[in-house]
Design a protein around this ligand. Structure first.
Ligand code: SF4
Length: 484
């Protein structure tokens, strides 16, 4: 591996991008601030760069948001600033921008001709540059590069021509291409909508007589509610004093595209997305990995955290004992050093191998994915140094061969190791005795019974949705440039 590659990618896990939450209170006993605060803790895995809450109390919007984890952003003092209003929305954000743009923190509150709205979104708008240029030509001034700001402006401009906010949102959904699961706190209602492909999850929950819209069902469980159902692709849900109302967009996708990688890595195992439990999908992935790679070994272990459930599945199917191979330091904060040194230190101090458990053994080690290869190389090194006799690395998803344009931070093609090397070359590069990836067919089998069609574009280069062809936003440089 070249030094340049090492320096540019010392910490190469896929990053997830944003979680959203909204509640409309129909029960005076509920405290929307503490519920939203608890909800954001349950969404923390979807983004740890910033967190925020906006509360609408009698049409007065109050927001607390800042860069940092939920535990860093909120404290007793600033939570007290938030009134126990009727509607609240919350957001956690992930970003790659080194500048950590505060203006992109959400929820974003905009005031326009017809009042205020607070918006929080998860996903990626693929016609972002075109729409932004169009709006800028019309005089709009943007504060950030966030999808939420763009969406808010599109909705505000549509509202000029429509009877009500609902029609403006539906019109905006027609203009906005790509992936988005969004919540809006409006003056008198809570609105949630999901793009026509359904890339990112979004579900409806109920707590007493009050309704919730959020990214994952685990959040609804956390706050003591019940899952009502998923928001359908191309559906807008409006919640008011009378309950929830559904509006379907009059344009629908030929084939929907729920992100398969949500089940592999992004979502929390205790979530159910479009009818399939994430934990069950990961267990099944491990079982199917054994079918594809029946290795003779002494112990199966998983790379914490997202490889562990698949490892249990492999152990269950093979009869090989499951054991702990690693200790993860859960207390490593984001302040562990600076720059590239920080990334290296995080990679090297995050995991240690459990010598007493792996020494002298033939180990099957399962991880969810390989992006650039450094993490896998590090994991193999750790096991070797700890005395493992054989190291068989299995991956519970197929090789990444293409970037994602729909809200998951999977690198540009050149950085993806499986785009540059054969599986045998990657095996040699990371130093494992065996390297095997779950096939695309098996990955689809892990979510049998799922209620909508799936996206597997980063594994197959096949997309049902249009990918940007003329322009794209270079997420790393934060500039708009031509796609090569
Ligand atoms: S390209 Fe991959 S990561 Fe992106 S939405 Fe499709 S399956 Fe998910």
């Amino acid at each position: 591996m070249s030094q340049t590659a090492k320096n540019t990618a010392a910490f190469d896990k896929v990053k997830d991008e944003c979680g959203v939450f909204g509640i409309y209170k129909n029960d005076d006993s509920l405290d929307v601030v503490s519920i939203t605060h608890d909800a954001l803790y349950s969404l923390q895995h979807r983004g740890h760069v910033s967190a925020g809450i906006t509360v609408n109390d009698d049409q007065k919007f109050t927001t607390v948001k800042e860069l940092g984890m939920v535990s860093e952003v909120f404290n007793e003092k600033n939570l007290q600033k938030l009134p126990n209003g009727k509607i609240a929305v919350g957001h956690v954000r992930y970003t790659l921008n080194a500048a950590l743009d505060r203006a992109a923190n959400q929820p974003l509150v905009i005031r326009y001709k017809e009042g205020s709205i607070a918006i929080a979104s998860n996903g990626s708008i693929t016609n972002f540059p075109e729409i932004r240029q169009e709006l800028e030509r019309g005089g709009s001034i943007f504060q950030s590069n966030s999808n939420a700001e763009l969406m808010a402006y599109v909705i505000a401009t549509e509202r000029i021509h429509t009877e009500n906010l609902e029609d403006a949102v539906l019109s905006a959904m027609k203009r906005l291409k790509g992936a988005y699961s969004t919540v809006i706190c409006a003056p008198t209602r809570l609105i949630g909508f999901r793009d026509i492909y359904g890339f990112r999850p979004l579900c409806i929950g109920k707590i007493n007589d009050s309704y919730i819209i959020t990214s994952e069902s685990c959040v609804i469980d956390t706050v003591g509610g019940e899952l009502v159902r998923d928001v359908k692709p191309g559906e807008m849900i409006v919640i008011d004093d009378e309950g929830f109302h559904s509006y379907m967009l009059d344009q629908q996708a030929e084939k929907t595209s729920l992100c398969l990688f949500e089940y592999v890595y992004v979502a929390r195992p205790d979530s159910v997305i479009d009818g399939v439990c994430v934990h069950s999908a990961r267990l099944k992935a491990g079982e199917l990995l054994y079918k594809e790679y029946p290795i003779d070994a002494d112990m199966v272990c998983g790379v914490p955290d997202s490889g562990i459930i698949a490892a249990e599945g492999y152990a269950r199917a093979s009869g090989i004992p499951y054991g702990m191979g690693f200790m993860k330091n859960k207390f490593l904060g984001r302040n562990a050093g600076t720059g590239m040194d920080k990334k290296k230190r995080l990679l090297h101090t995050k995991l240690t191998a459990l010598k007493s458990n792996v020494a002298g053994k033939r180990i099957v080690v399962i991880d969810d994915s390989i992006v650039r290869g450094q993490t896998s190389q590090h994991i193999v090194n750790l096991l070797r140094k700890a005395g493992a006799k054989e190291i068989h690395m299995l991956i519970s998803s197929p090789p990444f061969v293409f970037p994602c344009y729909f809200g998951i931070d999977i690198s540009d093609s050149e950085s993806l190791i499986a785009n540059r090397m054969s599986i045998e070359e990657i095996r040699r590069e990371i130093g494992a005795d065996t390297l095997g990836y779950l096939s695309v067919e098996s990955l689809h089998k892990t979510v049998e019974g799922v209620q909508i069609d799936l996206c597997d574009g980063c594994f197959t280069k096949q997309f049902s949705a249009e990918i940007p062809t003329t322009f794209f936003v270079d997420k790393y440089a934060n500039k708009i440039k031509h796609k090569k």
